[in-house]
Ligand binder design. Structure first.
Ligand SMILES: [Zn+2]
Length: 49
């Protein structure tokens, strides 16, 4: 089962398009979490600068 996610609405769906906004969904892979983490660290970096 492949879980998809709409980056716009931040909702999870099994459809290739978001049922809410009809935008193409992205597969919700664990890779996404590392991106979120990097974003967080980037935020901290910005604060310390
Ligand atoms: Zn959507």
């Amino acid at each position: 089962m492949l879980l998809m996610k709409c980056s716009k609405c931040k909702i999870y769906t099994l459809n290739k398009t978001c049922p809410v906004c009809k935008t193409k969904t992205m597969s919700a892979h664990p890779l996404k979490f590392s991106i979120e983490k990097e974003k967080k660290y980037g935020k901290y970096r910005r604060i310390s600068k």
